[in-house]
Ligand binder design. Sequence first.
Ligand SMILES: [Fe+2]
Length: 194
Amino acid sequence: MSLPRDRGDEHNGARSRGPVMTVVSGGAGNGRAEHRRNAANGDGAAVNPTALAGTLKHHLNVQSNLCAALEQLADALPAEVRNDDCLALARSIYPIVHRSHTFEERELFPYLKAHCPADPELPDTLDRLHGEHWEDEAFAEEVQHELMAFAADRDAVDVEKLGYMLRGFFTGVRRHLAFEREYILPIIEGREKT
Ligand SMILES: [Fe+2]
């Protein structure tokens, strides 16, 4: 298995790599390191929008790669899934999702609230994204648990249900990511020019 190398490239998923599953990482990327150097003071006022945009793209790409790996696993169920691949991917799910949400909730959203008060739709949008974060984290834990159960004893797991669960999870996450890429990211990138 090819393990975590975060190149910030959403197209480095496992689909093009043949039968060996790729697991993605939410590891420390340059964007996050850079962002720490420009850390906010709690209300987003001191954050560099360029660093924020870079960190957001990093997290969007890592989560996109996670979705690609989960889709590949779902397509390979059950016979073509190796236990070690399954376990490694399972263990990566919650940390990747949680790290992304932590960044958005603690740094990105406060920045948007502080700098875009005139956007009438923003408060409701951020509330909705916040709710989706909670739902996705709960779902991530369920998916992680089921994949680990499958790796422990695949005969004890309903494979059809597992596949359905996986597709439900990555479909929802992809929808969330697409919205943030199309709506939130341009706002931040627009701030770079001001
Ligand atoms: Fe999000």
